[in-house]
Design a protein around this ligand. Structure first.
Ligand SMILES: Cc1cc2nc3c(=O)[nH]c(=O)nc-3n(C[C@H](O)[C@H](O)[C@H](O)COP(=O)(O)OP(=O)(O)OC[C@H]3O[C@@H](n4cnc5c(N)ncnc54)[C@H](O)[C@@H]3O)c2cc1C
Length: 177
């Protein structure tokens, strides 16, 4: 896409990358600092085996569990588990945990959870301050003058779930020709 020209650009990536990507085409220096200061959480997602169960999501509102929820991905399709006696899931922990910390915490959990593999994603939950919404709205208005649009969870720094992210894209498309 380098050196190609477009009538309109919809940026769906992480707004923290936005200033560097558009540094030669947009006058948004005033936004560099507020964008750099935006706060967020990451997530450590752990693929595990678990005992058979009828659940899709299990939430754990208890201080004794460091993980906040188990996503029972093994139950999402019959074809997900070859071994009919066990199931699989993703255990989520807020922010970074080492493999040792993960295993220590899994050992305390119910449902016979057993580690398979894990991944840490740095950007998973945008955190808004009182100033965030206004800053993003003003940035959007500024860049829209140059036919650049921000859309998505980390592009708009909005705590979108899937349905809200899809709606935001549909609304944006309805509003630009
Ligand atoms: C840990 C976690 C759990 C979640 N749980 C749920 C849930 O249970 N239910 C629910 O409804 N939603 C959930 N969500 C939210 C859901 O994943 C998001 O709402 C949705 O993915 C947001 O879509 P998006 O298109 O805005 O962003 P993304 O899905 O993040 O898509 C952005 C895309 O842009 C790409 N990209 C970034 N930078 C560039 C670049 N410079 N050039 C090209 N491509 C780029 C990225 O690789 C990515 O593919 C969860 C999210 C996380 C992180």
């Amino acid at each position: 896409m380098e050196n190609q020209e477009f009538d309109k650009v919809i940026f769906c990536g992480n707004i923290k990358d936005f200033p560097a990507i558009f540094q030669n085409s947009l006058a948004i220096e005033a936004y560099h600092k507020p964008i750099a200061e935006l706060e967020y959480h990451g997530t450590t997602s752990v693929l595990c085996k678990m005992t058979k169960n009828p659940f899709s999501w299990i939430y754990l509102p208890d201080n004794k569990y460091f993980s906040h929820r188990i996503i029972c991905t093994g139950n999402f399709a019959v074809s997900n588990n070859k071994d009919k006696n066990i199931s699989t899931c993703v255990v989520e922990f807020t922010d970074y945990l080492s493999k040792e910390e993960i295993q220590e915490n899994l050992a305390k959990m119910p449902f016979g959870i057993n580690y398979i593999a894990h991944n840490f994603a740095e950007y998973t939950y945008p955190i808004q301050s009182k100033a965030t919404k206004d800053m993003i709205i003003n940035l959007k208005l500024t860049v829209e003058n140059d036919n650049v649009y921000l859309c998505g969870r980390f592009a708009e720094w909005e705590y979108y779930n899937m349905d809200a992210a899809i709606k935001a894209a549909m609304v944006l498309l309805d509003n630009i020709d």
